[in-house]
Design a protein around this ligand. Structure first.
Ligand SMILES: *Cc1c(COP(=O)(O)O)cnc(C)c1O
Length: 392
């Protein structure tokens, strides 16, 4: 309980606005232990880099304040590289390559992080879907033609419908020597995706710590090329110390080339605390070690408990939720307006129940098991019954 704040049951997902998901006791314990010590933050990030490299196959990695922060820091790294003067000037990009090539259909509100760092978005491709004849999205050659000496990086939003393929984009970026930065914030599970985007040629990849990984809400991962990750790190660290006292850890060896230390960089506004770093690392370890089949079985059992507590409702357990391995409990009603009315009644209960808002338009109340605990399953089932009694 948080005093003065009503508790909710989050049956939507790991959504930030609903506080993500409850953390595993091991993660909470790691955060509590970290909270009671003091450490040098670059040493902690070096430990994080080793763990992230092992989990992702990256050369290096850091824990950030979220995937959005990872994107901002990654963008800053692609622009300033290992130039402390440029780091100090961001978001002023005068004289720096500051263009991020983005496929127009992949534009999204999280790409603001690139602009927050000082980047400019160069959109390519016309996702011509509504006019009738349109069958194509951006073509790889359109990305190639947009690359100029002003290009800082190519940006890619990873997702099941992203076009062109990451491999095709990586080939172009690689040929032209331009970094490729991938927003994969919500692309877990499957856990293979921790490695996949880097293996397919991304130079940097961003993951959310607070979504499937099960880390603290304000955590994320930036992983990839050692020089870029090192640049990102020093743009977040507090480096208010005499330059000769800063010995870069081996994990961030390219920092040895810096001609001086930047001051508080652009990433200072999204700094990561030791508690988040420690919590994320334990969550990552658990995420990698967990057998996906066991996890799916746990989620399925949780949803079956919900269904058993709501006898008489036409709840269907479907294998395919929003992610592979994630089951969902679906209540299909006659029309979107009916789903919306029931959803309002669910939110009016105590504790309020939040279901998957994205499915209401399909006339579905969908229960995602990832962000509530077994202890709430029966309460949730009873809430569904109560909401149904208001008349479906
Ligand atoms: C969730 C999400 C983010 C932001 O992640 P945070 O860890 O909350 O900062 C960025 N990009 C995409 C595509 C997302 O789904």
């Amino acid at each position: 309980m948080i005093p003065g704040v009503p508790r909710i049951i989050n049956a939507y997902g790991t959504n930030t606005r609903l506080g993500g998901r409850p953390l595993a006791p091991e993660v909470v314990a790691a955060m509590a232990a970290a909270a009671r010590v003091t450490v040098e933050m670059h040493a902690l990030q070096a430990a994080a880099s080793r763990a992230i490299a092992a989990a992702t196959g990256a050369e290096a990695g850091i824990v950030t304040a979220g995937a959005s922060a990872a994107l901002l820091l990654g963008a800053a790294a692609c622009m300033a590289r290992l130039d402390p003067g440029a780091m100090n000037r961001l978001p002023d990009t005068t004289g720096l390559p500051d263009e991020f090539i983005i496929v127009r259909s992949q534009r999204n509100m999280y790409d603001r992080a690139l602009r927050a760092a000082g980047g400019r978005l160069i959109e390519v491709g016309i996702p011509d879907r509504v006019s009738g004849p349109g069958v194509r999205d951006a073509d790889p050659w359109e990305i190639a033609e947009a690359i100029t000496p002003r290009t800082a990086a190519v940006y890619y939003l990873a997702g099941p419908r992203s076009q062109p393929t990451l491999a095709a984009v990586a080939r172009i970026a690689g040929e032209r020597g331009v970094p490729l930065i991938v927003d994969a914030a919500a692309q877990l599970p499957p856990r293979d995706n921790l490695r996949r985007f880097l293996a397919e040629g991304a130079d940097l990849v961003c993951f959310s710590g607070g979504k499937a990984i099960g880390g603290p809400q304000a955590s994320g991962i930036l992983a990839g090329r050692r020089d870029l990750v090192s640049s990102a790190l020093v743009q977040m660290l507090d480096l208010d110390l005499p330059a000769e006292e800063f010995a870069p850890p081996a994990e961030f060896a390219p920092l040895g080339q810096l001609r001086g230390l930047p001051h508080h960089g652009i990433g200072r506004s999204c700094k990561t605390g030791k508690e988040e770093i420690a919590g994320l690392l334990v969550a990552l370890q658990r995420f990698v070690a967990t057998d996906p089949a066991v996890e799916t079985a746990g989620w399925t059992a949780r949803l079956q408990t919900v269904a058993a507590a709501a006898p008489g409702l036409p709840l269907r357990l479907v294998a395919d939720g929003s992610k592979p391995g994630l089951p969902m409990l679906v209540w299909q009603v006659s029309a979107p307006a009916v789903a919306q009315r029931i959803e309002q009644r669910l939110r009016a209960q105590d504790p309020a129940v939040h279901v998957d808002a994205a499915r209401l338009g399909e006339g579905r109340l969908a229960i995602n098991p990832i962000a509530f605990e077994d202890a709430d399953a029966v309460v949730l089932g009873a809430a569904l019954v109560a909401a149904a009694e208001g008349g479906a």
